[in-house]
Design a protein around this ligand. Structure first.
Ligand code: UDP
Ligand code: MG
Length: 139
């Protein structure tokens, strides 16, 4: 059964550039309700756990150091068809290929420092949300 939730995090490049507010505004204006939000920082080890699915990829080590290089803003979001609609809102992984007006098109710096994460399935949205938030932090 499809859930109505997805998980996102604003990545270190966008947080340090001062784009947290502008990105959050786009998310809310697109109809997503913020269920949980905080500001935190990953260690390289924890970044590796989050991206464990990519551990054999050539970019894995760099990704872990980048993702632990500064503060991030993880969020659980709610909306009908949340996972698919949110992937559309953020655009393609590579900002050069991200459609005009998408969050990555507007804010990403590179294919690695691409401003924002979005879950790719309902199952991963649940796993990734639980990685950062307890049920008691969800409203
Ligand atoms: N990434 C990278 N180089 C690549 C592909 C991906 O540094 O060639 C990073 C990028 O930050 C991306 C993350 O690894 O968001 C996870 O990759 P994935 O293919 O899952 O992209 P996403 O689902 O985030 O669009
Ligand atoms: Mg992915």
């Amino acid at each position: 059964m499809a859930t109505n939730r997805t998980f996102t995090m604003i990545k270190p490049d966008a947080v340090s550039a001062g784009n947290t507010g502008a990105i959050t505004k786009m998310i809310e204006e697109a109809g997503f309700r913020i269920v949980a939000v905080k500001k935190t920082q990953l260690t390289p080890e924890r970044a590796g756990q989050f991206y464990a699915i990519h551990k054999e990829r050539p970019f894995f080590k760099d990704l872990c150091s980048y993702m632990s290089s500064g503060a991030i803003v993880p969020m659980i979001l709610e909306k009908e068809n949340a996972v698919e609609d949110f992937r559309k809102l953020i655009g393609a992984t590579d900002p050069q290929k991200a459609a005009p007006g998408t969050i990555r098109n507007l804010f990403a710096k590179s294919i690695e420092a691409n401003a924002i994460h979005g879950s790719d399935s309902d199952e991963n949205a649940e796993i990734e949300g639980s990685f950062f938030f307890a049920k008691t932090e969800c409203f």
